[in-house]
Design a protein around this ligand. Structure first.
Ligand code: PMP
Length: 351
């Protein structure tokens, strides 16, 4: 049958998130989730939350959570923007700041959602190749552009850049918005927060999904100048006033108040990451230095896709990207020591 309306539908290749296996006895190391539970204060909010309050709309401005984040980062509440996970914040930032005809720039190997948003919002872009060691060269960004987005540390490589690098990047790109995606920054990289009050064109995006064990709650935020944040608010309020639900706002606020638990969880993940890197090197893997909660590895003698499939059969889920330059690499999320022991045992068997 003829369906002439089909020509008018949007055609797009969507982002594909890590698989969420349904089996119970799995070792899930494929989505950079945190293996530890959220802070006790978060659990208390969930136990005592007043369901009848859900009859009302949430605070569209998220004042309490903004105040908590502003306090933690030493900025004004008007320098904080909230969203339904940092994907929501990034998507709104792309729409708010990448509005010129010039291409935006980001690394050739990076978070695979960026090209999807460029396609969705019809933003021109150019990718900038990482060097042979997967490092970013700041001078590659000295050229006319419509904006820059850079994850620090980068994903899926795990490599970070220094504060000097970020300042250099900002100094040479004062005529566009520079977004630093700090999804993994709490696992040992240098945050751009100290540069916030010096560079009005800097937007930092962070998430509670990784270091605060709240991927299921969807809480992301941005820190920036009042000008950038006001623009983001205007775009958000032209689209959906209530991206953050009442429970997420309360949970986020409780999490920010638990600094000691947060620091302790990050320390545990970092310790397991370093131990995992050592074990994998002993098994013959090349392991990139990582400042994240995952490791990016390759084996000189074994095909990454074969290792991936072997582990999958054993109910151990890691991530494999069939993409140029990285199709012989594997991304392994850092789990608990017990989960990593199961990974090592399976790899020993395979090798
Ligand atoms: N940025 C990067 C680099 C990521 O890897 C992720 C996780 N997929 C995100 C942003 C989005 O995380 P979330 O939406 O859970 O905050």
């Amino acid at each position: 049958m003829d369906k002439p309306f089909l020509d008018k539908l949007r055609k797009i290749d969507p982002y594909v998130p890590g698989e969420q296996p349904q089996a119970t006895d799995v070792v899930k190391l494929n989505a950079n989730e945190n293996p530890y539970p959220p802070a006790p204060g978060v659990q208390e909010v969930l136990r005592t939350f007043d369901a009848s309050s859900l009859a009302l709309y949430p605070d569209a401005n998220g004042r309490r959570l903004k105040a908590a984040l502003a306090g933690r980062f030493g900025v004004k509440p008007t320098q904080v923007f909230l969203g339904n996970g940092s994907d929501d914040v990034l998507a709104l930032a792309f729409q708010s700041f990448f509005c010129s005809d010039q291409p935006i720039l980001y690394p050739d190997i990076t978070y695979s959602f960026y090209p999807v948003w460029c396609d969705l919002f019809r933003i021109p872009y150019e990718t900038v190749p990482l060097d042979a060691d997967f490092c970013v060269n700041v001078r590659d960004y000295d050229r006319p552009n419509g904006g820059i987005v850079l994850p620090n540390p980068n994903a899926p490589t795990g490599r970070g850049v220094s504060l000097d690098f970020l300042e250099d990047l900002l100094q040479h790109n004062a005529d566009c918005v520079v977004i630093i995606d700090e999804a993994y920054v709490d696992f040992g990289a240098q945050s751009a927060v100290p540069l916030l009050n010096k560079y009005e064109n800097l937007l930092i995006v962070q998430t509670m999904s990784k270091s605060r064990s709240l991927a299921g709650m969807r809480i992301g935020y941005a820190l920036g100048s009042e000008t950038l944040i006001a623009t983001l608010e205007a775009v958000k309020n032209s689209y959906n006033s209530y991206t953050m639900d009442a429970l997420a706002l309360a949970v986020g606020e409780a999490s920010v108040k638990e600094e000691a638990y947060f620091q302790d969880t990050c320390r545990k993940v970092i310790a397991t990451r370093e131990r995992t890197a050592e074990e994998l090197r002993a098994l013959g893997f090349t392991v990139l230095p990582s400042l994240t909660n995952f490791l990016f590895v390759t084996h000189p003698k074994k095909d990454a896709s074969v290792i991936f499939e072997y582990l999958r059969q054993k109910n151990i889920f890691i991530r494999y990207f069939k993409l140029p330059r990285i199709d012989n690499y594997l991304r392994i999320t850092v789990g608990t020591d017990g989960q990593m022991d199961r990974l090592f045992a399976a790899l020993k068997e395979f090798l």
